[in-house]
Write a protein that binds this ligand. Sequence first.
Ligand SMILES: Cc1cc2nc3c(=O)[nH]c(=O)nc-3n(C[C@H](O)[C@H](O)[C@H](O)COP(=O)(O)OP(=O)(O)OC[C@H]3O[C@@H](n4cnc5c(N)ncnc54)[C@H](O)[C@@H]3O)c2cc1C
Length: 805
Amino acid sequence: MSIPTQSRVVIIGGGIIGCSVAYHLTKLGWRDVLLLEQGRLSSGTTWHAAGLVGQLRSQSSMTRLIRYSTELYASLENETGLATGWKRCGSVSVARTEERMTQLRRTISAARAQGVEIEELSPQEAGDKWPVMRTDDLVGGVWLPGDGKANPSDITQALARGARSGGATVREGVRVTGIETEKGRVKAVQTDQGRVECEVLVICAGQWSRTIGQMCGVSVPLHSAEHMYIVTGKIAGVTPDLPVMRDPDGYIYFKEEVGGLVMGGFEPDAKPWGMDGIPHPFEFQLLPDDWDQFGILMENALQRVPALETAEIKTFLNGPESFTPDNNFLLGEAPEVAGVYVGAGFNSMGIASAGGAGRALAEWIVEGEATSDLWPVDIRRFADFNNNPAWLKDRIKETLGLHYAMPWPNRELDTARPFRRSPLYDRLAAKGAVFGSKMGWERANYFARTEAERSIGYSFGQQNWFETVAAEHRACREAAGLVDMSSFAKFLLQGPQAETALQRLAANDVAVPVGTSVYTALLNARGTFESDLTAARIAPDSYLLLTGTAQATRDAHWIRRQLPEGVTLTDVTSSYAVLSLAGPKVPEILSRLSPTSFDLADFPANAIRKITIGYATTWACRRSYLGDGFELYAPVEFTAAIYDALHEAGADLGLVDAGYYAVDSLRIEKGFRAWGRELTPDVNPYETGLGFAVKLGKGDFLGREALVAAKAASRTKRLIALVGPRPNGQMAWGGEAILADGKPVGEITSAAFGASLDGIVALGWASSDQPIDQAWLDARSWAIDLAGTTVPVSASLAAPLDRKR
Ligand SMILES: Cc1cc2nc3c(=O)[nH]c(=O)nc-3n(C[C@H](O)[C@H](O)[C@H](O)COP(=O)(O)OP(=O)(O)OC[C@H]3O[C@@H](n4cnc5c(N)ncnc54)[C@H](O)[C@@H]3O)c2cc1C
């Protein structure tokens, strides 16, 4: 059968993801949809998936997405007449150690905050639910009744049938061989059976997606790894309604299949595959058995299920799956080519995620922007350099194992580092910097004072750097601290119409005199956050934009696609370093080095000026994410000299280096919101307490109409600040349930030890059916659930440091 020469949408890939996107596009009324599959439907990775569907994720937006998958899989048979094998059998997760049990209790707290049904189990109760396991070496477990399992190929066929019924065309045996673009937009795909013109191209080609992206210059940073499980013959006590069971300390999972067990897992040191490309054809194909690689899983499985000793092993299944650098999938419009969308890299969660991810991507295509918070999986959290194959191969060895690795707070990945380095990297390393990594940048988390602190001592309580970071924090408040924030993303927005263009995107008024900086939100038409950034006007036709490290690709894409002709956005991240200085002694330190007056009267808040420091010339801006201070935006080549001069001049005034852990505690105390934590596309400035940075009277801007309505509406959801006692054992890290009069009302988004207040400080959400104001907060007793321990806190709308005590 020939293929159409034209289709509004072409989807590449007939796995579960491509079929889900096609299905949901037709549900949204788009019928001119063509899905091309080189082999047969589900013949890539989907057919050999184990089919576990676990709902709970660390981000509530991701939990919502999977919850929708389970609802869809439960209803598809009625709609399409094809069974999906969905069974809500529930799942048990067990803990072998006290630390794992603490983690599971933290999971219970997060589930309470997210409204997911969950229950703590004793070892015996876990054994009652899953009788074939040994329990005498367990500390406990949890029970998630809403989890289940499904048949991946059947879901794929049901989705494809639903898509066809909705008007989509599905063609098997058609291979895409090239992609044509014109003026930065997708134009057509070439296939082994002809050319198809399209407006929208959706790459859902699983592990092939990186290569397909390269056909049109789109980065899809993923890499394949071998992924294995076994299937046993019948085992006594294994019944069809047996729940799914996870034993993360042993890296393993189990599910029932025809009276036997499927046992697989996520080994800590994975085996990358496909370094020289995926062989063709690779349809319904597997890789050779590798019992050496599987050994660590088998050993642990034998410990958990003694009956495996004598069970028949009917199948050893080794299939490749694609993994990404952070173990989250890749979704959204590719920033490089308009009209190209990606849904790939599912890290062995594609079956669980497909329903929600397919719907989210279809909505993104139809609306032209994401309709909810998808930041954890947004493809724009990566950049072109993340597509480096050597880097990907080394990183993927680690990310597969993250599924069951202990999700320590602040856990840093160890592989494929150091990656991006600031000009001060060696100086900071020599001073004991313990680095973390964000968007590939090596950033000092803190400066070790003892040998023992040179690596992070992970725990859910106070970690080994606790006192050191508290000292850095206090120095930044009471004397002077210096943080290398060179990883900030920086852009130059230039052109005669730069002010008009930025006024249209920004919620704050950016029509300010040259030499002024403005903190502003960038909103979408729904009036919710796409970004928050600082716009510093450095010339009548030029703004220097400073935004979060992780937002570089996303913000550039969001801004560029909306710029009028003649206004340009240039990424200058690599040209400027940023030195952030905070504390009361900072003006004096700068005065020792520069003829500029740093008195508040001469250099007011938000002002930006060019200054000299020794032989160097740099921008200095009176603003700080840490409290009161200055940021220097220095050409990279002058940075080392400026850094040395600052330390020389500041030594007797108490200037210290500080790292990002101190930055976090300082900014939470001050109530400064962070993108991706407090600020997301699900919330507006009034809910987040940033109404002061919205200027409805300045004229029209993106999101204004929605904000007018939001301002008038009663506030039943608000970001609040919490202050608790000095941590005693358990620490708050984010994700924990916030309790009002003992009932969960929301979750913590950011938390730290606030050294200035000598207690836990946190920001988080409270929701109610009544309007929330300070009186409403005062009328309730507040607490947070830290791994099952209820810790009383005070709640306020004002920042922790500014609240009335
Ligand atoms: C052993 C194993 C166990 C797993 N267990 C689970 C589990 O329990 N739960 C869970 O949620 N997930 C699990 N997964 C993961 C899950 O299987 C995947 O995440 C999911 O199948 C990915 O679906 P996909 O549609 O992205 O990719 P695929 O199914 O690989 O589909 C991509 C399709 O694109 C086609 N294609 C590629 N190139 C072209 C081209 N040029 N032209 C046309 N078509 C092309 C391919 O032929 C392929 O069919 C498991 C994976 C493995 C390997």
